[in-house]
Design a protein around this ligand. Structure first.
Ligand code: KIV
Ligand code: ZN
Length: 385
């Protein structure tokens, strides 16, 4: 099993979700939970972006000791200096420098030639390495960049001292096959690539962020970047909890492991949802409210006989206390009987049939039948002589 490092950017890219604004205390609370979750590195913010973010990164760097803390910076000296002031108290300070490499970004945004981009990246990486023991360099919009140009700039940036190379799919445009091939090409083409950690960073615009990240891992990425609950710019980033659980559940297929404590997933997800106000959709993989809920009678019957019939992930693995059998119009007699027993009632076959019929009538009027509804039905049939 090869080890995959987990780089969490919930507090930076995740916080870039429209409408999300975390204060210093909220960021610190999430950082402590990320440390408990076992991420290898957390990006605490963008120190040069605001006084508030600077202070939050500084506090996190000085508090979190089990996890490496990083901060984002553009390739300008003032950003690197601000990041150093914020991060120098960290146990392993890391700088995350980024500069775009795609023709679209270089022409319209940076207004720089490819040669100028190489020169800026190289000089800022070597400037940063005079302060930071760890420098990650990201080729922003790598997935829309020319591969030969990428290989050329990466080789020089490594010679300048970068310790991690990240190839972001900034606009969520790539596909698993294409992104995997990009990593394969970089591994095969850049002569000094084995001196650094190679990282993937995917956005979810086409709903492929998790699949793209896993394709990168299969082709040589040893670090995965993402966020909790997949929050982030536009359609968000790759969901770390989904990647970690996919690697674990399909370990027959994927020979990779992480140091994440998977049973902290639910707690981490709930905290991030509560503090960001970005609530998780019910059918979200791994942590959605319905991820361990069964409604149809056939599924409920199967799960009551043996949960593995319809559950590939046990709720306990991700810190969820148990599965739920949702009582609605598709539910069957078996789950109903089980629920009645759980509520403390022992009914004769005849009374059970009567109660089940009342329950079915109610399901045509209500989407979800609650315990209170059931108590009303059970009281009714018991007093009905
Ligand atoms: O998506 C992206 O390109 C980024 C960079 C800043 C690494 O978030
Ligand atoms: Zn990003």
């Amino acid at each position: 099993m090869s080890q995959i490092k987990i780089f969490d950017t919930t507090l930076r890219d995740g916080e870039q979700s429209p409408g999300v604004n975390l204060n210093q205390l909220e960021k610190l609370e999430i950082a402590k939970q990320l440390e408990r979750f076992g991420v290898d590195r957390m990006e605490a913010g963008f120190p040069a972006s605001s006084k508030g973010d600077f202070n939050a990164v500084k506090t996190i760097a000085e508090t979190i000791k089990e996890t490496s803390v990083t901060g984002l910076a553009r390739t300008v000296k003032s950003d690197v200096d601000a990041a150093w002031d914020a991060l120098k108290g960290a146990s392993e300070p890391c700088l995350h420098l980024f500069l775009a490499t795609s023709p679209i970004h270089m022409t319209y945004k940076l207004k720089k030639t490819p040669e100028e981009v190489i020169e800026t990246a190289v000089s800022m990486v070597s400037y940063a390495r005079k302060k930071f023991p760890q420098v990650e360099w990201s080729a922003e919009d790598a997935s829309r960049s020319d591969w030969n140009f990428l290989a050329q700039i990466i080789e020089q940036v490594i010679d300048a001292g970068a310790t991690v190379i990240n190839l972001p799919d900034t606009v969520g445009y790539t596909t698993p096959l294409e992104y995997g091939n990009l990593f394969k090409f970089i591994k095969e083409t850049v002569p000094n690539i084995d001196r650094v950690r190679l990282s993937c960073h995917c956005h979810n615009d086409l709903g492929m962020a998790v699949a793209n990240s896993i394709a990168a891992v299969e082709n040589g990425a040893t670090q995965v970047e993402g966020t909790i609950n997949g929050i982030g710019e536009r359609a968000g980033n790759a969901s770390l909890e989904e990647i970690a659980v996919a690697l674990k559940i399909r370990s027959d297929f994927y020979p990779y492991k992480t140091d994440l404590k998977l049973n902290e997933i639910k707690r981490t997800s709930d905290l991030v949802a509560k503090l960001t106000g970005m609530y998780v959709q019910a059918n979200k993989a791994v942590i959605g409210r319905n991820a361990f809920a069964h409604e149809s009678g056939i599924h409920q019957d199967g799960v009551l006989k043996n949960a593995s019939t319809y559950e590939i992930i046990t709720p306990e693995l991700v810190g969820v206390s148990s599965n739920t059998l949702f009582l609605g119009k598709h539910s069957g007699r078996h789950a109903f009987k089980d629920k009645v027993k759980e509520l403390g009632y022992e009914l004769s076959e005849e009374k059970l049939k009567e109660a089940f019929n009342l329950f079915k009538l109610l399901t045509d009027r209500k989407k979800e039948v609650t315990d209170d509804d059931l108590f009303t039905i059970l009281t009714e049939i018991q007093t009905d002589t």
